[in-house]
Ligand binder design. Structure first.
Ligand code: FRU
Length: 493
């Protein structure tokens, strides 16, 4: 057997065929997707030699999850993306059954991917082992797996089989790696390794361990400094729903705290969900050349309905989001500035004035950015909001309850997939700004500059277009509603 073939050519061929057969009705216009077939987590986010690269978990042979490859896109400006050849294909001795999630670093001009090799022992019963591997590239496009792979062959002895999703960064002269892991007793934890050269790794023990309330496994850990604090972001599996919180199958959230590199001690606050929509998972962040911390999430959720499978594709990334730290140690996400490059035409739908009941305007476009400001200090309404993609039988509705201080995204009538309601607490302090990105099959909402974000996939009928301002129980003062038609970055392809 040729041990390190990284056979991506065959996968490229399969993708071309799948692409030709695809039904494009729900294809997104300005989000990262594969040319066809399945994708999940964002991987290896990095700015390398000036260009932004994003990789993703990908099954190029099928619209369902399967042996994981790394798909690849790059961009000069974070919003116009182009597909690159598949970067990693599984099937080598180090990654026989999958190249699972991981990260990327720039090692003196060598783009280095660090990823998990997945190996089934008994596939029907989901018994497996996982190891950590490295692949390198100088052109940022073609990758060679290291001959010495795996660079970490097995987890610590007190570990369960879960041992994956390396996130690597440099601190002073040392490379640090954290991994999602759990104990033999299924307690979730993240463990730490260090290396002088990305090849030889030394185990340093547990960075953080959770109790049963924090689930059984922490996927896709990320750890970074922001405003002097250390943020630990992760995707825990197995947290029970509590009222409005944790209503998806799995969650994505963070701790804010202080980390001591010498003692490997991390003191942190409470777990906070990062996005409270239906479809946000496996977020990864990176630091760009301007010093911005930028995040992409997988804009889907395990085991939810994914109607585009019938169309020959499945899965997408969120728009790129700037991560900042707000008051009270809250992590805020807002669209990166570059999203403005997608604006095609600006339309003031409503200038200024009180609305009672509803105000509807036909908008002949399905790729939209919408911004509305409600002045709640001058509103007698109990409820204000926006309705998109229909009224009645089909609709997607955002509402804010002023007395309850609750923001709601209602997708119970969002077309093909109906996924109920998600709610989150928000103290709007007299002024509610909703900044919404609508694509053919997604909605991303940023409220009050990232104080709350909600992201969901929707699958409305093509002809249901338009924007409606809604109020209940009185009048609401609208201090402007502007929308922009956005560019379809994939149309030229
Ligand atoms: C998270 C995850 C990762 C894993 C990958 C497999 O969604 O389960 O833990 O590496 O997906 O595709």
């Amino acid at each position: 057997m040729n041990t390190y073939n990284n056979n991506t050519k065959q996968a490229e061929e399969a993708l071309k065929q799948a692409e030709a057969k695809m039904n494009k009705r729900y294809r997104l216009g300005y989000h990262i997707m594969a040319p066809a077939n399945w994708i999940n987590d964002p991987n290896g986010l990095i700015q390398f030699k000036g260009e932004y690269h994003a990789f993703y978990q990908h099954h190029p042979y099928d619209e369902n999850w399967g042996p994981m490859h790394w798909g690849h896109v790059k961009s000069k400006d974070l919003v116009h993306w182009e597909h690159c050849p598949i970067a990693l294909a599984p099937g080598d001795a180090c990654d026989l059954d999958g190249c699972f999630s991981g990260s990327a670093v720039d090692n003196n001009g060598e783009l280095t991917l660090i990823y998990t090799g997945h190996h089934y022992i008994d596939q029907p019963n989901n018994i497996f082992f996982q190891n950590q591997n490295v692949a390198v590239s100088t052109d940022g496009i073609h990758f060679t797996k290291l001959r010495q792979n795996p660079v970490i062959a097995e987890p610590p002895t007190d570990s369960s089989q879960h041992f994956r999703d390396p996130k690597v960064w440099k601190h002073e002269d040392t490379w640090y790696m954290i991994l999602g892991n759990s104990t033999k007793e299924d307690l979730p934890r993240v463990i730490l390794y260090t290396s002088p050269d990305l090849r030889t790794w030394t185990y340093h023990g547990v960075l953080l361990q959770g109790d049963k309330n924090m689930g059984f496994m922490w996927e896709c850990p990320d750890f970074f400094e922001l405003n002097g604090k250390h943020i630990f972001m992760f995707s825990p599996q197995g947290i029970d729903a509590q009222g409005d919180k944790y209503n998806n199958l799995f969650q994505t959230g963070y701790y804010v705290g202080e980390y001591n590199y010498n003692s490997n001690e991390y003191q942190h606050g409470e777990f906070i969900e990062l996005d409270t929509g239906h479809d946000f998972y496996a977020v990864q962040t990176f630091l760009d050349d301007q010093g911005r911390r930028i995040a992409l999430g997988w804009m889907d959720m395990w085991e939810s309905d994914m109607p585009t499978k019938a169309d020959g594709w499945c899965g997408a990334m969120t728009i790129p989001r700037l991560i900042t730290l707000g008051d009270n140690n809250k992590v805020l996400m807002t669209p990166v500035e570059e999203m403005k490059l997608l604006r095609q035409s600006k339309h003031v739908l409503y200038q200024y004035g009180a609305i009672s009941g509803s105000y509807f305007k036909e908008v002949e476009a399905d790729l939209l950015e919408v911004k509305i400001v409600f002045d709640l200090t001058k509103s007698s309404a109990d409820l204000v909001g926006l309705r998109f993609r229909g009224t009645g039988r089909e609709e997607t509705v955002i509402t804010y309850s002023i007395p309850e201080q609750k923001l709601m995204l209602n997708c119970s009538k969002s077309g093909k997939k109906t996924d109920g309601v998600r709610q989150t607490a928000l103290n709007a302090e007299g002024r509610l700004t909703l900044h919404v990105y609508l694509d053919r099959s997604s909605i991303e909402m940023f409220a009050n500059e990232g104080q709350a974000t909600m992201t969901s996939r929707i699958y409305p009928s093509e002809k249901l277009l338009g924007i409606e301002i809604i109020t209940e129980g009185g009048e609401a003062l609208v201090n402007g509603l502007t929308y922009w038609k956005l560019k379809d970055i994939w149309q030229a392809e």
